[in-house]
Design a protein around this ligand. Structure first.
Ligand code: HEC
Ligand code: HEC
Ligand code: HEC
Ligand code: HEC
Length: 438
């Protein structure tokens, strides 16, 4: 299929090696940011209706300012909620603190801000598409290829590895843009992200014929899979980083499963999770993304998947022994992820194999692996992406599509309220879905 070849080509151009690649934040900040106003004119991206004979809608600014939450990200820092968070943290003003602006605006260094740049615009166009200094004038020419724009500093948001790194820099936090348990403790909402689901929540773009000819094919299952791999890598990267991995005598708690600590004491709800091999009363790393990536490999490269399962268990074990052992186990996993991500990126996610992913998740559910809310939440988002991928590939008739979408809704309902999560309900809903998708 053309898609996978195209994609492999792109990877070769961009260079691989997650550990050594320039980070998303550095790429975004490499050129001057001219400001949202530079994109917003009526003949550029500020139309009120989509243009008929243009490759892109050209009303992206209107969509963004009317309905995209990124447009209000800065304003959020002025809210009562943010004021309370700031007070709890002992900082004078959330709207001037880098600790908040890094994710709630396009917080490039002063030297990289053009005349029309406004920090109050929140997460503007260039916060995702990169500083436009070098490409603003040429990118409007239809004869200029997307790759030429990218070579001038446009960020490749179409490319799933790059997109995952970009979105997760704010939606999970990385060493560059860190969210800590102190910020959570002050009242910040817990962050949860899944690349495919979130890419389609407020789109100002669509995948049509000309999109595919310019940028290659989109595949939701592939994007889900890559998003899991990059998120798992980020967690380990933050964990093994001296600056971000610990706080005083404790490790950075944001990297752990919130419900390992935040649960009622009278619950007597403990039960074994074979995938960790941990006993009762132990704080568990949040391995939700690692576990999901293992389900990806169950389809793409089963023997690598089994190896990963052993390494995940090894990491959990190491956390009960020593800091240095933990770092070593984490680095082993990072190397495996690095290699496997290349296999996954080049894999042709045809509809036939997708049932295997659901079946793999199901096997875990039957073994009691979904005790942890965050893993169950990721599994629900995974199931949705997989079902949508079945549907987009034209593999489902209308009745099947409706039935499966009802079952996905039922699965979602079991993870809707974090504090009332019951594993048995989740497992039951997962079983119904897998049986129906077969
Ligand atoms: C510079 C940081 C930043 C980047 C990069 C970023 N986001 Fe966000 N995103 C935010 C913030 C902050 C919010 C919350 C805005 C608010 O309500 O104040 C948000 C909100 C969202 C929401 C709404 C979530 C909800 O619960 O309704 C979606 C969807 C989303 N982002 C998707 C993405 C995707 C997809 C990408 C990558 C293409 C991305 N974001 C990149 C910072 C970022
Ligand atoms: C690592 C990036 C990151 C950092 C740092 C960060 N935020 Fe956020 N924040 C987000 C994202 C992403 C969301 C949206 C979560 C979602 O809906 O999925 C969010 C949501 C919020 C919300 C809830 C918004 C709503 O619409 O309900 C508030 C309030 C908030 N942030 C305030 C702050 C404050 C104050 C700080 C600094 C102390 C801060 N944030 C630091 C990424 C970040
Ligand atoms: C949160 C990140 C984010 C922000 C903010 C953002 N975009 Fe995008 N944009 C994306 C993603 C993801 C895509 C889809 C992948 C792709 O084609 O690159 C996209 C695609 C596009 C496209 C290409 C559509 C196509 O068919 O090729 C245009 C044009 C665009 N955005 C313009 C804008 C403008 C103008 C703004 C500011 C008003 C903006 N974007 C803000 C993430 C973002
Ligand atoms: C190792 C145990 C541990 C883990 C893991 C943990 N926390 Fe906490 N959390 C605590 C402790 C201890 C406090 C402080 C309680 C206090 O101040 O009295 C706290 C406080 C909080 C508070 C403030 C509660 C309040 O009453 O104001 C929030 C919110 C919070 N944590 C969210 C989270 C989230 C979200 C996660 C997962 C990303 C998480 N925690 C993971 C131990 C943990």
């Amino acid at each position: 299929m053309a898609m996978s070849r195209l994609f492999v080509g792109l990877v070769a151009v961009c260079g691989w090696g997650l550990a050594h690649a320039q980070g998303a934040v550095q790429q975004i900040e490499a050129h001057q940011h001219l400001g949202v106003a530079s994109c917003a004119s009526g003949v550029c991206h500020g139309a009120t209706q989509p243009f008929k004979d243009s490759n892109v809608w050209q009303n992206e600014y209107s969509v963004w300012s009317d309905s995209d939450p990124h447009a209000r990200a800065y304003r959020t820092l002025l809210s009562t909620e943010s004021k309370r968070i700031a007070r709890n943290l002992g900082i004078p003003n959330a709207a001037t603190a880098s600790m908040c602006l890094d994710c709630h605006s396009d917080n490039v260094p002063a030297a990289q801000r053009g005349e029309k740049f406004l920090i109050t615009d929140g997460v503007g166009c260039e916060g995702c598409h990169g500083g436009a200094q070098e490409w603003i004038s040429s990118h409007t020419n239809r004869d200029v290829a997307h790759a030429d724009n990218v070579s001038k500093g446009m960020y490749p948001t179409d490319e799933p590895v790059a997109r995952a790194k970009l979105c997760l820099s704010c939606h999970m936090g990385t060493a560059d843009r860190m969210i800590t348990h102190r910020i959570m403790g002050a009242g910040h909402p817990r962050l949860a992200f899944e690349l495919d689901t979130f890419t389609w929540l407020n789109p100002h773009y669509e995948i049509d014929e000309d999109y595919v000819s310019r940028k290659g094919e989109f595949n939701g299952a592939r994007d889900w899979a890559i998003g899991q791999g990059i998120a798992a890598y980020n967690l380990l990267d933050v964990l093994t980083n001296d600056k971000t991995g610990s706080h005083g005598i404790f490790p950075e708690l944001v990297l752990f499963d919130c419900h390992a600590c935040h649960r009622v004491m009278s619950g007597k709800r403990w039960g074994p999770r074979p995938g960790t091999g941990l006993g009762p009363g132990v704080v568990r790393l949040n391995d939700a993304n690692l576990v999901m990536f293992r389900h990806v490999l169950a389809l793409v490269d089963p023997s690598a998947g089994d190896r990963l399962a052993g390494q995940i268990r090894g990491l959990h074990q190491a956390t009960t022994q020593s800091r240095s052992g933990t770092n070593e186990a984490a680095r082993t996993l990072m190397r495996s992820l690095d290699t496997s991500l290349q296999t996954v990126a080049a894999y042709n996610f045809s509809e036939a194999g997708l049932g295997k992913i659901l079946a793999s998740i199901q096997r875990d559910a039957d073994r009691g692996e979904f005790r942890d809310f965050s893993a169950a939440e990721q599994a629900a988002m995974a199931a949705q992406s997989v079902v949508v991928a079945f549907d987009t590939a034209g593999k489902l008739d209308e009745a099947q599509a409706n039935r499966l979408s009802g079952l996905v809704d039922r699965l979602y309902a079991t993870v809707e309220r974090e504090d009332d999560y019951q594993m048995a309900n989740f497992t039951g809903a997962m079983r119904a879905l897998t049986a129906s998708a077969r």
